[in-house]
Design a protein. Structure first.
Lengths: 444, 444
């Protein structure tokens, strides 16, 4: 089919089935209805919802689904002869989402999904089925919501060797960190505010422990480095350990605290080993990630010719997620798509996990200690014995309502392993109270 | 051809000819050589330079062109049977660039260009030839250099009705404004610094008068609004009229001055009329455009479902421009492309130019006046008589070495035409010195 099909020779509508009509599914229905004419012009053909399926037919979703065929059984979407594209919005890495995805692709239908957990865990398997069946698998909405970052990296930055890709991949955490920044709030209070505002779930683990960001990071890494997606190689530290003093001290140091997912090639080579880690970091005030407010997401990709690309937008919500899902559908309608991970699965490399301890950089270390003679000497000795070189050290009376004293130190460039060793020594001290906080300082 | 072609069934190389080997052309050669293996993996086939052509064969370009066939006559690239893609890097809206583009497309070859002037002036004609010949016309590098913003809007935001698109589209101007911001420099001194650093040409008109930004804006507008590209409908005011006091006063008001190209639908409807204007604006400190430093570019697109998308990166230079050009070539190698302006030329609307005077917003007005009794009353009366409502007014002794007094006022929301009327009244005053500066304040 020529991409130049003119309106006088219209192509047949692309027929879409929606599986799972929650907040995002409702957004997709609204978008396809509201922008119907515009989308038909841009896609070169109408995009029509022909069937929908969800668990409860009678739930009020705020959208009128009566004009679409209802299927109680999702398998009927796969079996239907009038469905070209199945949109999976059920969620969850496994279970019925995965079953549907496998069956839809297996039946040669295009699959569009917003399901980061499923892609992170089963993306390679699904891509293989898509390849075998020569049908599209697309997942723009799985990473950074409405920001077209999958496309920007897969296609926009395709000429570049990517040195590292990183960003703010979880809006809930960024909302919490922004609250702590603005109000001096504790983590617990900021989390409660995020829950009250609907930015955090009742059980926030998935977000605040970095699991959601890890899923997204693994997908970005596979695309940037041409590696076989490996969620098992991604490690994550969340933001639960942060206290108000961390935010304040970071600010005093000219930085802001952000939960950063970063994937980077091992600088020592090591057979293409890949570092993939989610953790709170100190971001310098002159880096654009320092200005990403509230629940927004942002991604940075650094290419060897293009330099630093920065993308920011809404990382979640019905509208932005629907925007990404429908962009995928339009690509399919235009026949502008290719392999899910930019190249065939067999062309992807297996990347060993890099040794995170060997990563060199400056670090922020915060300890809470008892206010006693000799504690500072103990800390300094532990750092010295572990080979950690200290650039600056600040001791302040705690304002966080406990009896301890906050000590913040910034190291010179050095391997993370040395700091871990120093903290292991200090873990045996009677004078260190609670868990220390260790954050890398993002290098520009 | 299936997009899933595996490495065991390789596709033939895509054969590229380069026309015009200056800074950008050298970058393309270097990129295609440095990232050759990576590009072949991502594109699913090798990309090979087969021929090059430029004015002077013997000029030292810092790249070894001896391995490629040299053609003195660019027409030979069009005639060659072994050329799939012609990359036009000659520059200029007309002349040999346009001749080559027309002939290459007319011969059914793919055309990739970084030439914003040519696309702005002849994009529709060229797109029509591409359609007739069913061959790709791509121009990612023509707007915002390395930022894949054409792709992000054409495809990433394709599900959205775009309310407005705007951004920092000229790195030279942004470099000058950043210099003025940091050093309190005059426009003339900042321009001289930009020239010394190679960010500005000896004749800077094309950049500082907003012409370059206007070209880029017209391209973005056509893509965002599905309109027939019309460079004649774009108006531009450059940054020559800015004085150090403007930067200072903007800062005091919590804003930064940026040269913004903006395209927006007429809010009153008016048959889809489009506002397209380049001018210095006050950007609020909590808008990401306020943080775009130096020679970077940034583009904002506001969609009705995705909300605000923000893209930042290098807007010029050999590496970033080559990155965008080669991304286009990779899209062609992957067969992932469609109509140049996202839909066939005949499907694009003709958009009348909106009445710029009717645009409503807050404005910054700066006057330099003689230090005399009654001047303030004269200004206030002119504003009143023109129906301009003043929100704040500041009068300061000038620090710019002349004898005048600087008066800055910020208006309430109102039409630009009223302020123009007020300034027309004041133009007749003996006490107003030199040209006033009028800048809209960007609404969030």
């Amino acid at each position: 089919m020529s991409p130049y099909a003119t309106p006088t020779a219209p192509r047949p509508p692309l027929r879409v089935a929606l599986a799972g009509i929650g907040v995002v599914g409702g957004g997709v229905v609204r978008l396809l209805e509201a922008n119907r004419a515009l989308i038909a012009r841009r896609a070169g053909r109408p995009i029509e919802i022909v069937a929908v399926s969800a668990r409860d037919r009678h739930k009020d979703r705020g959208v009128d689904l009566s004009r679409y065929r209802w299927e109680d059984d999702m398998d009927a979407l796969v079996a239907a002869g009038d469905v070209d594209v199945v949109v999976e919005m059920i969620g969850g890495a496994d279970g019925s989402a995965l079953t549907l995805a496998r069956r839809a692709l297996g039946a040669g239908k295009a699959l569009v999904t917003a399901n980061k957990a499923m892609i992170a865990h089963h993306g390679i398997d699904l891509a293989r089925i898509a390849e075998e069946k020569d049908t599209p698998l697309k997942y723009e909405a799985a990473v950074a919501g409405g920001i077209p970052v999958i496309k920007a990296i897969r296609e926009g930055a395709s000429a570049n060797e990517i040195a590292r890709v990183y960003g703010i991949l979880n809006g809930t955490c960024n909302y919490i960190l922004t609250q702590m920044e603005r109000n001096g709030a504790s983590f617990a209070d900021a989390l409660a505010a995020a829950q009250a505002e609907g930015y955090a779930e009742a059980d926030p683990s998935f977000d605040v422990d970095g699991i959601d960001a890890a899923h997204k990071l693994s997908i970005l890494a596979a695309l940037c480095f041409g590696t076989r997606l490996d969620i098992g190689a991604v490690t994550a530290d969340g933001i639960r350990g942060l206290i108000a003093a961390d935010i304040r001290e970071a600010e005093a140091l000219g930085h802001r605290v952000r939960l950063i997912g970063m994937a980077e090639r091992d600088s020592a080579g090591n057979g293409g080993a890949l570092y993939q880690h989610v953790q709170p970091c100190l971001v310098p005030a002159d880096h654009p990630l320092a200005y990403v407010p509230g629940a927004l997401n942002a991604v940075v990709a650094e290419g060897n010719f293009v330099g630093r690309l920065f993308f920011e937008g809404a990382g979640a919500g019905a509208g932005p997620t629907a925007s990404a899902i429908v962009a995928d559908i339009i690509d399919i309608a235009r026949d502008e798509y290719g392999p899910a991970f930019a190249m065939p699965v067999d062309a992807l490399d297996a990347a060993p996990a890099a040794d995170a301890g060997a990563r060199v950089g400056k670090h922020y270390v915060r300890l809470i200690v008892e206010d006693r003679i000799g504690v500072l000497a103990e800390i300094a000795a532990a750092m010295r014995d572990a080979g950690v070189s200290i650039e600056s050290l600040i001791q302040r009376g705690s304002e966080d309502g406990d009896d301890g004293v906050v000590i913040v130190l910034v190291t010179h460039e050095g391997p993370a392993s040395a700091i871990h060793a120093a903290l292991a020594i200090l873990a045996g001290s009677d004078h260190v109270v609670g868990a220390p906080m260790l954050m890398p300082i993002l290098a520009l």
